[in-house]
Design a protein around this ligand. Structure first.
Ligand code: SAH
Length: 487
């Protein structure tokens, strides 16, 4: 089982940087033992112009069987011999993918402490896999890699070179080329797509695999035209897992379409409400209103649900009354930006114990969210389709159940005050709805009623006498403790 990665370089950007990126020195051949055999990393060529790293996996077929996981496809009754005599030692497959992720784990995450600037810089890359089992053949190989910007060569390997009339085997020789790629991207594509092509996992697929798939698929899977096939095969066609992954990917796709627009819209709203002195952006006013409401409620341990890029988390961290702040979002991209903004990796130990970022979806109940004083949903509900709102409602008010919940959302009535917004339009593309004050209040009161909360409303931003404020906020306070409600 064998794979090579090649890059070319110049004297300023030598190809041997590949050694830094992979965290494996070009002058040493290294061996790593994995649970299924030994992985070797060696460099057949390494100079400034061209550098190739090879990952060679020596699979111990017996160890594979001893672990009870080397069963042939479907565990056919005659698989006894096939357990020992099979293609696993030779073919690239999920074993190779696992080896990639364990031997090159930092590279896959795009981390390089010695040369922090390297991972983000795209460079020419070529990947070669001489024997890739590919169910679906060269055509599927192309359908999987081409949309990701790779130039693909996929040649079927004949069953027997001496007898071409026997036809092709199920293997292809794969070559991927790209003029500008980050190594992390390339590794994450391979990590997911090699097992997808092999279509036979060597281990039992559990719900953890959904997380792994989403992590490795970050930034490319949500928009991939073959996303369904990839997800279903990666999760060994386990229907419930596939559905979970598909739903989460859909949310990621929506959230990623979104992000950057938020502040833009706020600035536009601001242009309309300009006064003599420099106006405070609406987003800042929102954070001030939220902070004040949290303090008024005496909250110390706070959830920021749908935290986006972490601006509120950052603001709350500045105030020592907040002893614990947890940001949760469905978008890994937003969380990555949040983590950079907060400098989580450079934070002192004491600060670091006050803050946590979690990936998760508000469409599901989540035990990690129980036991906090307050939860904030700032400009989040309007990003969900209306039929999903009851699920969020249950996750927050029914399951997490903090004493205080703050919900902010645009007031659609205010949109007429915003000249740049064509009549009848929402503030940006990903808003599924925008409510009038009456609509928001009706919803909030019925939520409060169903879950034993009281609710009050506060304007955020200039409160126009006719159309109200640009942002509306509901402050929910728990009135019926859980025990009483259950009784
Ligand atoms: N709270 C931030 C960001 C608002 S944008 C602010 O006030 O600026 C909406 C955020 O909700 C996005 O970051 C999006 O990723 C997140 N989001 C959308 N649907 C979600 C869901 N089902 N679960 C968790 N987060 C979600």
């Amino acid at each position: 089982m064998f794979l090579t990665l090649t890059t070319t370089g110049t004297p300023e950007r030598p190809a041997t940087d590949l050694g830094f990126l992979l965290h494996k020195h070009p002058e040493k051949a290294q061996a790593f033992s994995t649970s299924y055999g030994t992985a070797h990393v060696l460099y057949p060529e390494a100079d400034a112009e061209r550098c190739t790293a090879a990952l060679l996996l020596e699979v111990d077929a017996v160890a594979l069987v001893r672990r009870g996981k080397g069963k042939g496809r479907g565990g056919a009754p005659d698989a006894a011999l096939a357990q020992y005599v099979n293609d696993r030692p030779y073919a690239a497959s999920s074993l190779l993918a696992v080896a990639l992720s364990s031997v090159f784990s930092s590279a896959m995450r795009g981390v390089c402490n010695a040369r922090p600037e390297l991972p983000a810089a795209p460079r020419p890359l070529r990947v070669e896999v001489p024997a890739l089992p590919a169910r679906g053949g060269p055509d599927l190989v192309r359908r999987l890699f081409e949309p990701l910007g790779w130039t693909v060569t996929a040649e079927p390997v004949p069953l027997e070179t001496e007898f071409p009339e026997w036809g092709d085997s199920r293997y292809v020789r794969l070559e991927l080329e790209s003029a500008d790629r980050t190594l992390a991207e390339a590794l994450r594509h391979l990590y997911v797509l090699l097992p997808v092509l092999d279509d036979a996992k060597h281990y039992w697929v559990s719900s953890e695999e959904v997380d792994k798939l989403l992590r490795a698929g970050e930034g490319w899977l949500a928009g991939h035209p073959e996303q369904k096939l990839i997800t279903s095969r990666y999760l060994s066609r386990r229907w419930s897992l596939t559905r979970q992954a598909t739903e989460r990917l859909e949310l990621v796709r929506l959230a990623e379409a979104d992000d950057s627009e938020v502040e833009e819209i706020d600035n536009a709203v601001e242009a309309e409400t300009e006064t003599e002195e420099r106006p405070t952006p609406l987003a800042v006013r929102r954070r001030e209103a939220i902070t004040a409401a949290l303090k008024a409620a005496g909250a110390a341990r706070v959830l920021d649900l749908g935290c986006g890029q972490g601006q509120l988390v950052q603001a709350l961290l500045k105030d020592p009354v907040f002893t614990e702040i947890v940001g949760l979002d469905v978008s890994m991209r937003a969380l990555t930006i949040a983590s950079r903004r907060l400098k989580l990796d450079r934070m002192g130990e004491r600060q670091a114990t006050r803050v946590k970022l979690l990936q998760g979806s508000l469409a599901y109940t989540d035990r990690r969210l129980k036991g906090y004083d307050a939860a904030v949903l700032s400009e989040v509900i309007e990003h969900l389709d209306l039929p999903r709102l009851p699920a969020l409602e249950y996750a927050v008010f029914g399951s997490a159940r903090p004493r205080t919940v703050l919900v902010t959302t645009p007031n659609v009535e205010y949109n007429v005050r915003w000249e740049s917004l064509p009549a009848g339009h929402v503030r940006h593309g990903d808003h599924r709805f925008e409510w009038t004050r009456a609509e928001f209040r009706t919803w909030a009161r019925s939520v409060a009623e169903r879950h034993g909360y009281g609710v009050e409303f506060e304007p955020v931003g200039p409160d126009d006498s006719e159309v109200g404020p640009p942002t509306q906020m509901a402050v929910f306070t728990l009135t019926t403790p859980k025990e009483a409600k259950a009784a």
